[in-house]
Write a protein that binds this ligand. Structure first.
Ligand code: UDP
Length: 239
């Protein structure tokens, strides 16, 4: 069956953990190659793809501060971890034939372009996948919030959060056998019920600007493709 994309410009948020597979730390080559292959499928349909990747597989600011570090210093380390992941993802995508550019919110001109909104848009128009590294460039934020921010700045039609669960449940499905799957939910309900889909700052920013979000399982083959083709995978969050 011919695949028809429902969206022309998207942002995919991947957690850092998505790249580590079963290793518990770092980047697993098989995993990053799988992710790159899945992203390549939608890029090959002509969809303009941008991405934000987390850093939790390498370093998370909260973990550093709970171990006694200054929170801002720990967060700076977390942002640097996202740059490492972004460079790895870019390399894996290039190997699959997808031209990419990494734009960093922290200046490090030798390894990545600086984040320049209109330049990012131009890359997308030219068929390059753009990876936004270093989160928002500010401590006390997360890459979920960075993903919502960048998606809005580049006018992405939707933000896909490709993660380790298949969508939103009314309670944690790992802990509760009777957890019920929710196919659609409003931003307000996510906030009120404190469902841990994304952090609250990210959800509120998406709500303020009406950016649709879709959460689904990254690990299932063709899920990103199905989401791009509007085949209703996972949970859709909107007003
Ligand atoms: N971070 C930050 N500002 C940002 C984005 C990220 O300080 O705008 C830091 C923060 O310490 C965070 C870490 O980078 O814990 C890694 O990002 P995140 O925890 O969102 O990664 P994920 O859970 O998606 O792997």
């Amino acid at each position: 069956m011919e695949k028809r994309p429902e969206f022309q410009r998207i942002l995919i948020k991947l957690s850092g953990e998505a790249l580590m597979g079963d290793q518990g730390f770092g980047i697993k080559p098989e995993m990053i190659n799988f992710v790159a292959g899945e992203v390549a499928k939608v890029h090959n349909l002509g969809v303009q793809v941008s991405m934000v990747v987390g850093g939790g597989n390498i370093f998370r600011g909260v973990a550093g501060s709970s171990a006694g570090m200054d929170r801002a210093a720990a967060d700076n380390m977390g942002m640097l971890a996202t740059v490492i992941n972004s460079l790895a993802l870019s390399d894996a995508l290039e190997k699959k034939g997808v031209p990419t550019r990494v734009q960093s919110a922290l200046s490090m001109d030798q390894v990545a372009e600086p984040f320049i909104r209109l330049k990012a848009v131009r890359h997308l128009e030219k068929g390059r996948a753009v990876i936004f590294a270093a989160g928002t460039g500010n401590p006390y934020f997360t890459t979920d919030t960075a993903a919502v921010l960048r998606a809005q700045e580049i006018n992405a039609q939707i933000l896909f959060k490709a993660t380790k669960v298949d969508g939103v449940y009314d309670k944690d499905p790992v802990l509760h056998e009777d957890a019920a799957f929710i196919p659609e939910i409003s931003y307000m309900h996510v906030l009120e019920r404190q469902l841990h889909v994304m952090d609250m700052t990210a959800i509120s920013l998406a709500m303020d600007n009406n950016l649709p979000l879709q959460v689904f399982d990254l690990h299932r083959e063709d899920n990103i493709l199905a989401a791009v083709c509007g085949q209703g995978v996972g949970t859709r969050i909107y007003s």
